[in-house]
Design a protein around this ligand. Structure first.
Ligand code: SF4
Length: 347
């Protein structure tokens, strides 16, 4: 493993192990939509609506949901690629600026993101070595040091520096490019890495190799991951905790085995029952989830899942359920769900 040789990239564990690395509270992002020529009414897509969660140090939080549920927007808000309308973010005990606190520069240094499109994320005019060395050089590390770190990182992600350092992105396969993206992210010595569908474009065998590499790097470098994927198998393999999103809101959250073995929200149950089984006797003949999510411009009052939920009640059409502990397990479990069925069991 590469030694941290320059103070500008060293990040300390300030808050201790009990302090979550990332705390997000009531994050909200509405995107304005263009109205008609003669319409004065302003309309907004409710992309992320009061989303709160935390990620413990050295853990992986998997975020799942159908496309359009707000998982990638949440990732971009966390990474500050877009700014939130409101909400608060605390990184290892420090509030992040524009979310009501301090330390945006420090925060950016500690966080890196790996995207699905491995090619678009790389500058086609830079060699692989230049790509990886670029960030540290900008942060003041001498060029020769950044270059030798880049070669070590290439070696660590399974690409021989002698063979790959002087190549350009178009000379690599998708899996090799994603390894370069991981090496480039690690060059900043981050503590939090956001992986947004990072293996979705890779074929299955390459995907497995990259996932194993990510798991090894997490252990070696005490990394914390925010892992976003539509692939539930992959989320199950990678995550310590899982957060399920539906139409911009969190509907269920909890330890990975709890969510996969005893899901509490009808949407999570439908998502999990849609996972293809290798057993022909367990093939699903009926789609577990019918219809489309409602329009995010005008989400319905009450529960947003009401039009697709087999258990919908009058209450669901008027009152939004809030996240509460799942009652049929134990009052102190970290398994929470936003559904009136659960709240009814509590009464
Ligand atoms: Fe279904 Fe009602 Fe629960 Fe929503 S709150 S998931 S509509 S039972």
């Amino acid at each position: 493993m590469i030694e941290q040789t320059h103070s500008t990239l060293i990040s300390e564990d300030r808050g201790g192990p009990a302090q979550p690395l990332l705390l997000v509270r009531d994050l909200k992002k509405y995107f304005p939509v263009r109205s008609g020529l003669f319409t004065k009414e302003k309309r907004f897509v409710h992309a992320v609506d009061n989303v709160s969660f935390s990620v413990s140090k050295g853990k992986t939080l998997g975020i799942v949901g159908e496309s359009g549920c707000g998982k990638s927007t949440t990732a971009k808000l966390v990474a500050r690629l877009i700014s939130a309308d409101s909400g608060k973010m605390v990184f290892d005990g420090d509030g992040v600026v524009e979310y009501g606190g301090i330390a945006l520069k420090e925060f950016r240094k500690n966080l890196q993101m790996v995207f699905q499109d491995s090619f678009a994320s790389l500058n086609p005019r830079l060699t692989i070595e230049q790509t990886i060395a670029y960030g540290p050089t900008v942060h003041g590390i001498p060029a020769h040091e950044a270059k030798s770190q880049a070669r070590e990182l290439l070696q660590r992600v399974g690409l021989s520096p002698d063979q790959f350092a002087s190549r350009y992105p178009h000379e690599l396969s998708g899996g090799q490019r994603q390894r370069v993206n991981i090496a480039r992210a690690l060059a900043y010595q981050p503590r939090l890495v956001i992986l947004d569908e990072a293996v979705a474009a890779l074929d299955k065998s390459v995907q497995a190799q990259v996932l194993n590499l990510l798991q090894e790097l997490k252990q070696e470098r005490q990394l914390t991951y925010l892992f976003i994927s539509h692939d539930l198998h992959v989320v199950h393999y990678m995550s310590d905790e899982v957060m399920v999103m539906y139409l911009g809101q969190v509907v269920e959250k909890g330890p990975v085995e709890r969510i996969f073995n005893t899901p509490a929200h009808p949407y999570t149950k439908a998502l999990l029952s849609a996972i293809p089984s290798m057993n022909p006797a367990k093939r699903t003949l009926k789609p577990p989830l019918e219809g489309d999510p409602p329009n995010p411009i005008n989400p319905p009052a009450g529960c947003r899942f009401q039009d697709r939920c087999p258990h919908v009640m009058d209450l669901c059409r008027n009152v939004s359920p809030v996240l509460m502990n799942v009652t049929n397990i134990d009052a102190f479990s970290e398994h929470t769900v936003a559904c009136h069925l659960n709240q009814g069991m509590r009464l």
